[in-house]
Design a protein around this ligand. Structure first.
Ligand SMILES: Cc1ncc(COP(=O)(O)O)c(C=O)c1O
Length: 331
């Protein structure tokens, strides 16, 4: 396969070149640390009734802090050092539905850097425990204000001296993380990919990986999964919540999934495939099936890669796996 022209602007290509250098430096400075274990996650097949179509799960729960956001956080921190002169004295501030906060806290533990995470108070308790286990500080914002409330609080902190706001929703280093790591891995593991399905939060995963894969696979079908009703970890990229980095020119189809569907998909993945993943993975799996079922002709679709962003353990206290939480219905 020969690479064609880059889908990145010349400015972003230069930024990525600088970022790669900084990443190489960070990895060399921390040679046997968790920083070297981010990415290179497995891709496993999922049974599907149509023998002509193969479904593949890209399992990003296999990152060191168990989510895709290890990739994002690593690139965002390296970019902040490269572009904005962030040093080990700077406190990094971010708003997160949880996973970026956890990934950032893990990376800051290695770099001996302070991190302050703003998150809505209705996210799962495991996420809060994980962030503080890595040594970062948490500020809770009212759940009814959602991630938007957390973003506003983090933005305000950015204006204080000694703080740097990571801003994953508007920072193009988020896209570069997936253009540079997620996209190439997917293509290496599934060179004959026809479709890519992923949920939208900041949209970094979908936009970054798709823009890389479409350089050599221009016919790739990109399916963006949006929550119809609230699903923890993602949000619709339209209306007031539109992330600044969102670029809908990479999206071919939008499938909306309701929360009960995401939950039943997640439960079925656990007890039919042994993949214990979070509800956005269940949503993406269900969306894939609905999308394929709705196509009149599937003869051009042989391999579909579905992105599974995080593991299920951090949802055990919620009703993701059991209606009353904590698996009480076993007893
Ligand atoms: C569990 C989960 N799934 C999916 C996503 C969406 O990823 P992205 O922000 O790259 O769109 C997120 C983002 O926070 C997430 O936490």
């Amino acid at each position: 396969m020969t690479s064609t022209t880059s889908n990145l602007s010349p400015e972003l290509q230069q930024r990525l070149a600088d970022l790669r250098q900084r990443l190489a430096y960070l990895r060399a400075e921390h040679p046997n640390s968790v920083l070297t274990q981010i990415g290179n996650t497995p891709m496993l097949s999922i049974p599907y009734e149509n023998p002509n179509i193969k479904l593949w799960a890209k399992l990003d729960s296999y990152n060191p802090s168990s989510s895709v956001k290890d990739r994002t956080a690593l690139y965002l921190v390296a970019d902040a050092m490269e572009q904005s002169g962030v040093t080990s004295e700077t406190t990094l501030v971010e708003a997160s539905s949880g996973n970026t906060g956890i990934g950032l806290a893990m990376i800051c533990a290695v770099l001996k850097q302070k991190a302050l995470i703003y998150m809505a108070d209705d996210t799962s308790i495991e996420r809060r425990h994980l962030i503080s286990a890595y040594g970062a500080k948490i500020k809770l914002t009212p759940g009814e204000l959602g991630t938007t409330g957390a973003i506003e609080a983090a933005r305000a902190k950015n204006e204080e001296e000694g703080f740097y706001w990571i801003a994953q929703h508007e920072n193009k280093a988020n896209i570069l993380a997936h253009y540079d790591s997620t996209g190439p891995e997917i293509l290496q593991q599934c060179p004959e990919i026809d479709a890519f399905v992923a949920c939208s939060g900041t949209t970094g995963t979908l936009v970054g990986a798709s823009s890389f894969i479409k350089e050599t696979h221009p016919d790739l079908q990109v399916v963006s999964v949006w929550p119809k009703t609230k699903i923890m970890g993602i949000r619709r990229p339209d209306g007031d919540c539109r992330p600044i980095i969102y670029d809908d020119s990479w999206i071919d189809h939008i499938i909306e999934i309701e929360e009960p569907g995401a939950k039943s998909g997640t439960r079925a993945l656990a007890n039919q495939t042994g993949m214990l993943v979070g509800p956005t993975s269940g949503a993406a799996w269900l969306a894939t099936r609905r999308w394929l079922n709705g196509l009149e002709d599937t003869s051009h679709i042989k391999n579909v890669v579905i992105f599974f962003p995080d593991d299920g353990v951090r949802y055990l206290s919620t009703d993701t796996f059991h209606d009353d939480g904590y698996g009480k219905d076993f007893f």
